[in-house]
Design a protein around this ligand. Structure first.
Ligand code: AR6
Length: 171
């Protein structure tokens, strides 16, 4: 298996993608916010917030799954990335765990195509190069371990795209 073939980089608004699941970079309340979280809730409609309310929150590094409602994606996997605090408070491991938690749910729900935003790299301030390297590492590891479906790394700006490209070349 050629691993690189299954990780796609895409400049897009994640809410427009018709995949089995899109990942939301949420906060631990799961009750919405700005950035990609705000965009996903806006596009999915109020039913999403209703389901999130019932879940009752999610710790950093873990993930929870809901339906996609008005989104083209069937499911939303909500994960909570770490806030960047300089790098010595386990941020790398917590970010890696976000990807692992999402992949565990993807396997359980037989999700064959999954799209990720660059978790923690917006409001949570995680350095983008470092975050992209962790993301690609975990994506590749998942493909090696589980021979899972397609993985899309969604880039909302050119800088993110460039960082993902570099990370893909590196590994
Ligand atoms: N499609 C794809 N990527 C996007 C979109 C979109 N529509 N919008 C933003 N991004 P952020 P975080 C990218 O701040 O850093 C929220 O308020 C963005 O360019 O959304 O994990 C939550 O409620 C960046 O690369 O998430 C939390 O409180 C990436 O998504 C907090 O922000 C992540 O940026 C989470 O912060």
């Amino acid at each position: 298996m050629k691993i690189g073939q299954k990780i796609k980089l895409l400049m897009a608004d994640i809410t427009t993608l018709k995949v089995d699941a899109i990942v939301n970079a949420a906060n631990s309340s799961l009750l919405g916010g700005g950035g990609v979280d705000g965009a996903i809730h806006k596009a999915a409609g109020p039913e999403l917030l209703g389901e999130c309310r019932q879940i009752g929150g999610c710790p950093v590094g873990e993930a929870r799954i809901t339906r996609g409602y008005r989104l083209p994606a069937r499911f939303v996997i909500h994960t909570v990335g770490p806030v960047w605090r300089g790098g010595s408070e386990g941020e790398d491991q917590l970010l890696a765990r976000c990807y692992q938690s999402c992949f565990a749910l993807a396997e359980k729900y037989e999700i064959k195509s999954i799209a990720f935003p660059a978790i923690s790299t917006g409001a949570y301030g995680f350095p983008i190069e470092r975050a992209c390297r962790i993301a690609i590492w975990e994506m590749r590891r998942n493909l090696e371990d589980k021979n899972a479906g397609d993985i899309i790394a969604v880039c909302f700006n050119h800088r993110t795209f460039k960082c993902y490209q570099e990370a893909l070349q590196e590994f």
